[in-house]
Write a protein that binds this ligand. Structure first.
Ligand SMILES: Nc1nc2c(ncn2[C@@H]2O[C@H](COP(=O)(O)OP(=O)(O)OP(=O)(O)O)[C@@H](O)[C@H]2O)c(=O)[nH]1
Ligand SMILES: [Mg+2]
Length: 191
């Protein structure tokens, strides 16, 4: 079993990508807690996805039925958004520590950025993204997913990613519409 961690700043679309990409790979139900009944994808997205940052406060996992080329089963994990600055809320800080622990363990990192976030806003690609990308280079697999490509301004945002000097392959995606999912699947199957 290998873990593929979805990571990034708050509100970049990690949870929507988690649900829709897992669904694309054949997952039909999501268990969002040990006591909770499995939910269909649409209901899971309703619970997990909001426009309010810091919504996801714990790690959520699904098993993907698509194995890697060497037959390993992949665990896909959603995580808590990481920020450039420490936050006051203790619950979110603890959740960020859990995310960083999962980052250490994970073999594969899917690093989401919101290419439509206004430059300088807390959700725009920035320092924490550069640091994550730098650390993730040592992993077996790392890809930067430029998300929200369905929105106006995404193409310009994608071009300006280059200025941040982020290493690794960039895969443009829309977690909402599913564009780029075949490329991400291909990236996962390589490992
Ligand atoms: N148009 C569009 N909206 C998206 C896309 N991905 C995410 N969103 C929206 O962006 C907002 C944040 O999405 P989430 O999936 O909750 O983001 P997150 O990264 O999990 O956020 P936290 O859990 O708070 O860290 C929601 O309003 C989503 O509907 C996308 O590809 N296109
Ligand atoms: Mg989330």
């Amino acid at each position: 079993m290998r873990e593929c961690l979805i990571i990034g700043k708050p509100n970049t679309g990690k949870s929507l990508f988690f649900v829709n990409f897992a669904r694309y790979l054949g997952v039909t139900h999501f268990r969002l807690g040990p006591e909770k009944p499995p939910l269909a994808a649409v209901r899971a997205a309703e619970e997990l996805v909001t426009p309010t940052p810091h919504h996801t406060r714990r790690l959520l996992r699904v098993i993907l039925s698509t194995p890697s080329r060497n037959g390993q089963i992949t665990l896909l994990t959603d995580s808590t958004g990481l920020t450039d600055h420490a936050l006051a809320a203790i619950e979110i800080r603890k959740a960020m520590v859990d995310t960083l622990r999962a980052f250490r363990r994970a073999a594969i990192i899917l690093h989401l950025v919101d290419v439509t976030a206004a430059a300088g806003s807390p959700t725009a690609p920035g320092t924490v993204d550069r640091e994550l990308a730098e650390l993730a280079r040592r992993k077996a697999g790392y890809a930067l997913l430029a998300n929200k490509m369905d929105l106006p301004g995404a193409r310009e945002g994608l071009k300006s990613l280059g200025r941040l000097g982020l290493p690794g392959p960039v895969i443009p995606v829309s977690a909402l519409e599913g564009s780029g999912f075949p490329e991400v699947r291909h990236f996962l199957l390589r490992g």
